[in-house]
Design a protein around this ligand. Structure first.
Ligand code: SAM
Length: 281
């Protein structure tokens, strides 16, 4: 949805934008190509540094990259002596680099350790710890609240039974257990449980809510907040934030914008993307 994002952001010369979810840098790159503006990019994952180096080389004066949580927006801006910004972008979830690296444990299609931390250095709780140490009730709650998994209780029970015999340590071991309960036709049976673990481990909904609130301190009049969410829980946080702050924001997308057929064909993962945009009044 990068073209739609650029068109809503309408980047202008010398203005300053924050890319809260740098990833492989696709969005930052497009914005910098558009005009001579400034970008502060943030990602909590150190693997993003490699991609950031390439942009820094090409745009040494216009581009800054910080390994940090976007919920520390205030600190990141202060450290870089930036008082006001003209726009803020969130392309939520995980990047292809994270998903396709089996050692990170994000994917139910690749076998690897049960990890799922976006920030390996600062987060202690891995998916393996949760799956092997949390009690049945807590596991079930995580799957239900963060994954909207309707078979949460049965899956939690299967996990508890299995781990009496052996520690569950790989993504495929977990997938096999989930498959004993779930047989969705449209989705992979493990989609919701993997989503739930990832959101819980990385505290994704709080991160988003905190940052949206903080952004109001820094955005200039007519500054934009542009969000792309990939599941209903994230989308709900954004929708509620926009509606709670109606007096301060003009909502530019009455309904969320979704990707066109062509984009979904090229990148099937984009099918669940929902973009929302608001402007500071
Ligand atoms: C979907 S990817 C972004 C892809 C990016 N737009 C691109 O063009 O490559 C999301 C990125 O946001 C990062 N991320 C997620 N939550 C974060 C947080 N709370 N603070 C900082 N980075 C975060 C992830 O590590 C991941 O690299």
């Amino acid at each position: 949805m990068v073209d739609e994002i650029i068109s809503y952001l309408a980047p202008e010369k010398l203005k300053t934008y924050v890319d809260c979810t740098f990833g492989q840098g696709g969005y930052s790159k497009k914005i910098l190509e558009k005009t001579n503006c400034n970008i502060i990019a943030i990602d909590r994952d150190k693997d993003a540094i490699e991609h950031a180096k390439l942009l820094k080389k090409k745009y040494p004066k216009n581009f800054i990259f910080c390994v940090d949580n976007f919920s520390r927006l205030d600190q990141v801006l202060k450290n870089n002596d930036i008082k006001k910004i003209d726009g803020l972008i969130f392309d939520l979830g995980i990047s292809n680099t994270q998903l396709n690296n089996p050692t990170r444990g994000f994917s139910f299609s690749n076998n690897g350790p049960l990890d799922m931390r976006m920030d390996i250095e600062n987060l202690d709780l891995t998916a393996q710890k949760i799956i092997n140490e949390f009690d049945q009730h807590n596991l079930s709650d995580i799957f239900y609240y963060y994954g909207e998994e309707k078979n949460s209780r049965q899956i939690a029970r299967k996990i508890i039974e299995f781990r009496k015999k052996k520690e569950i340590s790989t993504t495929f071991e977990l997938v096999e257990l989930i498959k004993k309960v779930n047989s969705y036709k449209k989705k992979h049976p493990a989609t919701r449980v993997f989503q739930a673990l990832r959101i819980f481990i990385n505290d994704e909904l709080n991160e988003l809510d905190i940052t949206l609130k903080k952004s109001l301190l820094f955005l200039k009049k007519n500054g934009k907040i542009i969000t792309v969410a990939f599941h209903s829980l994230e989308d709900k946080v954004i929708k509620n934030f926009f509606s709670r702050n109606k007096g301060l924001l003009k909502i530019l997308t009455k309904k969320p914008v979704t990707p066109n057929e062509k984009e979904v064909k090229i990148n099937p993962r984009s099918r669940s993307a929902r973009m929302r945009v608001a402007e500071i009044l």
